[in-house]
Design a protein around this ligand. Structure first.
Ligand SMILES: Cc1cc2nc3c(=O)[nH]c(=O)nc-3n(C[C@H](O)[C@H](O)[C@H](O)COP(=O)(O)OP(=O)(O)OC[C@H]3O[C@@H](n4cnc5c(N)ncnc54)[C@H](O)[C@@H]3O)c2cc1C
Length: 403
């Protein structure tokens, strides 16, 4: 085959995994270019550490270019549009044409989607947000702290539960426990509902053991800043002194404008091959990670269909699959590897302890998740995993994520 060009849009978990896997599988004269609007990569799982002041933002970020393998071009540019019929991406720096495309643009967060949220809430979901919140928490002397989950889906379903428990542990160490109340108010029916009711009860018990109050099925309508109240579609308002929100998520506009999203607002893909299943294109187009909507075959409730949670481990293993699919075409070899819906997640519970959940989301009759009681060994495993991403230890990481 004559030399090809693969355009990888987004250099986060999915984009980096795609680039590393593909570079290892195809001849050097086939080009790979990774586009990202930011030259700085950070690990989401480390943002709660920034929030409570355990790590600085520099300690959890790296220059993206340095995390890419040799012989992969990095283009720091915002994708403004794409013309898939012509195999093109459009940035301010010009138009690039490719023979293969992998869309790994993640999920944008939008605090303006709910009236009053942007002005009155803080967040640990972005590095800027976690850094700002760290300053607020350092000055905090007590009061009602509310973690608000106003909309689904959101990245890393355990993250707000983890953040509340990590904050509870920090307040205890600072002597603020008696002077503050932490609660979680969510639109969800239970924590981590895609992992099932047993996991939901397990997480609920963990937060309640720590004195964290919990309200479910509360859909936020707006925030009344002057009176420090959260207003819901139904039921009484909730008062707060410090409001910490999981921002509503949405797909980047370039993807929506290209007609690649369905009614979910995300990009539907073949769950095994990650081939985009919507839109007209002249080249093979794949999508991986948070940008996708991967329908699950199983259900816990016949009335409620499920989609794969948004998580970095899935983005990385899906990137590996998209890369293998492309390499198979370039090398003209059949590919048997498919995405198997398996992955793991960490849930820190404070005091340097964590639970590692191992999930198999394509199981029937419903997704399965196994886990152990929290301990320090699982926390150390999480720290090691984050360090490997920051060190760019991709061969080890991708082997682990593929397991
Ligand atoms: C607080 C928190 C804790 C988390 N903890 C975990 C965890 O423990 N385990 C886990 O597996 N996951 C965790 N996650 C989730 C994980 O970070 C995401 O699921 C993962 O980053 C998704 O990878 P991705 O490649 O799809 O998107 P991203 O990693 O977000 O990468 C997308 C990239 O696209 C770029 N981009 C977006 N739009 C454009 C554009 N128009 N032009 C150019 N570039 C663009 C962005 O700059 C970004 O670099 C956590 C997330 C948060 C917020």
């Amino acid at each position: 085959m004559k030399p090809t060009t693969t355009l990888i849009l987004g250099g986060g978990f999915g984009g980096l995994a795609t680039a590393w896997t593909l570079r290892s599988l195809i001849p050097a004269d086939h080009k790979i270019a990774v586009f990202d609007k930011s030259d700085s990569f950070s690990v989401g799982a480390a943002k709660t550490w920034v929030m409570v002041g355990d790590k600085s933002r520099d300690e959890v970020s790296r220059t993206r270019k340095n995390l890419l393998p040799q012989n992969v071009e990095f283009v720091e540019a915002e994708i403004e549009g794409m013309n898939l019929a012509l195999g093109e991406v459009h940035t301010r720096q010009g138009v690039r044409k490719g023979d293969f495309m992998v869309i790994a643009l993640g999920a944008d967060v939008n605090m303006s989607a709910i009236p009053g949220l942007q002005e009155n809430a803080q967040t640990f979901y972005t590095l800027d947000g976690a850094t700002r919140l760290r300053g607020t928490l350092a000055d905090f002397q007590g009061g009602d702290v509310v973690f608000l989950i106003p909309r689904t889906p959101f990245k890393c379903p355990p993250a707000p539960y983890e953040a509340a428990m990590v904050l509870e542990s920090s307040f205890r160490k600072r002597g603020l426990k008696g002077k503050s109340r932490i609660s979680i108010v969510t639109v969800e029916p239970m924590p981590m509902s895609t992992a099932g009711p047993e996991m939901g009860s397990f997480v609920r018990k963990l937060i309640e053991q720590r004195g964290i109050a919990y309200q479910t099925l509360r859909k936020t309508v707006r925030i009344d800043g002057p009176n420090r109240k959260i207003l819901f579609e139904q039921g009484d308002p909730v008062s707060y002194d410090l409001l910490i929100a999981v921002p509503p998520h949405e797909s980047p506009h370039a993807v929506r404008d290209a007609g690649l999203t369905n009614e979910s607002g995300w990009v539907p893909v073949n769950p095994e091959t990650m081939v985009v299943s919507q839109g007209q294109s002249s080249i093979p187009v794949y999508a991986v990670g948070d940008i996708t909507s991967v329908q699950l075959p199983g259900k816990f409730n016949p009335e409620v269909s499920l989609v794969l949670p948004k998580a970095g481990v899935f983005a990385a293993s899906q990137g590996g699959i998209a890369a293998r699919q492309i390499a198979g075409r370039i090398n003209d070899k059949p590919v048997s590897d498919v995405f198997d819906g398996k992955g793991f997640c960490y849930l820190e519970v404070g005091d340097d302890e964590a639970v590692k959940g191992e999930g198999s989301f394509f199981e029937l009759p419903h997704p399965m998740m196994s886990r152990h009681e929290a301990d320090q060994a699982q926390y150390k495993d999480k720290v090691r995993w984050v360090d490997q991403w920051l060190a760019g230890s991709f061969p080890e990481l991708l082997a682990k994520e593929k397991k």
